[in-house]
Design a protein around this ligand. Structure first.
Ligand SMILES: Cc1ncc(C[n+]2csc(CCOP(=O)(O)OP(=O)(O)O)c2C)c(N)n1
Length: 281
């Protein structure tokens, strides 16, 4: 549960980062802004409330781990790391430019605070299960968090990792499915259906929670439930909206990737401000 003051603080942080995503996309000449916006509120809740991390010591072996398995959504993730203080926000001006540490997908070797290089879909869960098992073997109590896309679940490697995690009773991992219903080339249920999603995860031996992936309270409660769940891994199916906060992007497959000119930028910023002012922020 998030107390009112903290809740408002988290919402303000999310608003700041949503604006930053728009500005960064404009400067970069394009980015995967739809999936960045859908995954953002989970990343904000993790990075600004739950994760045991220290931007001054990003390689601390005891830190919690986070993997953005749907690495194309780096446009949502890198501004979170910047806002959390891992590096100078000025660096965002060069996102996806020559010699920038930030390409269109995150590179764990170049970005402070980034625990895994991703972009080739289907690898975040296998890496995450390995990290979680590694913690157990080393008798460390860090926690591993992974965000996968719903379209990404088309990759079979996710289900191998799901099977392994349940078999080994890995209970120090939490996987969020960013269930925004769209992928790169159409609605997930049309391209290759992942339903019945809850039943599938249950059949694989996971504890399944279903939440509104933009409600910071529901996200926080799910994380707290996961921390208390013993003997099995936990997946949170987070119902989200692709492009959340930008009216002309919301629920549109075509905003998987896009460029934003100054007129669209103005519209996007105004839409974000309206969403937060409607929430009393
Ligand atoms: C192995 C692999 N195959 C294909 C792609 C191309 N690709 C990039 S994004 C994407 C769709 C992903 O959909 P989803 O996981 O739902 O992402 P979201 O809608 O949340 O952005 C695909 C197929 C890729 N990055 N990696």
């Amino acid at each position: 549960m998030v107390q009112k003051e903290e809740y408002h603080k988290l919402l303000k942080t999310a608003r700041t980062i949503r604006h930053s995503i728009i500005d960064t996309t404009m400067k970069a000449g394009g980015a995967h802004v739809g999936g960045g916006m859908s995954a953002l509120d989970m990343m904000v809740t993790l990075y600004f409330k739950f994760m045991n991390i220290d931007p001054a010591n990003p390689d601390n072996p005891d830190r919690d781990r986070f993997i953005l398995s749907k690495g194309h959504s780096a446009i949502g993730y890198i501004p979170v790391l910047a806002e959390r203080g891992f590096f100078d926000k000025e660096l965002l001006n060069d996102f996806n430019k020559f010699k920038s540490p930030f390409g269109m997908h995150p590179d764990g070797n170049k970005i402070a605070g980034c625990d895994a290089s991703t972009g080739s879909l289907g690898h975040g869960m296998p890496m995450g299960v390995g990290m979680a098992m590694g913690a157990r073997i080393q008798k460390k109590d860090f926690y591993t968090y992974v965000i996968v896309g719903d379209g990404e679940l088309n990759e079979g490697s996710n289900w191998e990792a799901a099977m392994a995690a349940a078999h080994h009773k890995v209970d120090n991992i939490l996987v969020f499915v960013d269930r925004n219903m769209h992928m790169i080339d159409g609605p997930v249920e049309e391209v290759m259906s992942v339903e019945p999603l809850t039943d599938k995860w249950k059949a694989f031996g996971w504890e399944v929670l279903v939440i509104d992936g933009h409600n910071l309270n529901e996200i926080a409660q799910a994380i707290e439930t996961a921390h208390k769940t013993k003997g099995k891994p936990v997946v949170v199916i987070a119902k989200t909206v692709k492009g959340k906060g930008v009216d002309f992007m919301e629920d549109q497959t075509k905003w998987h990737y896009g460029a934003i000119d100054s007129a669209l930028g103005d519209q996007a910023h105004a839409s974000i401000d309206k969403m937060y002012s409607d929430l009393g922020i």
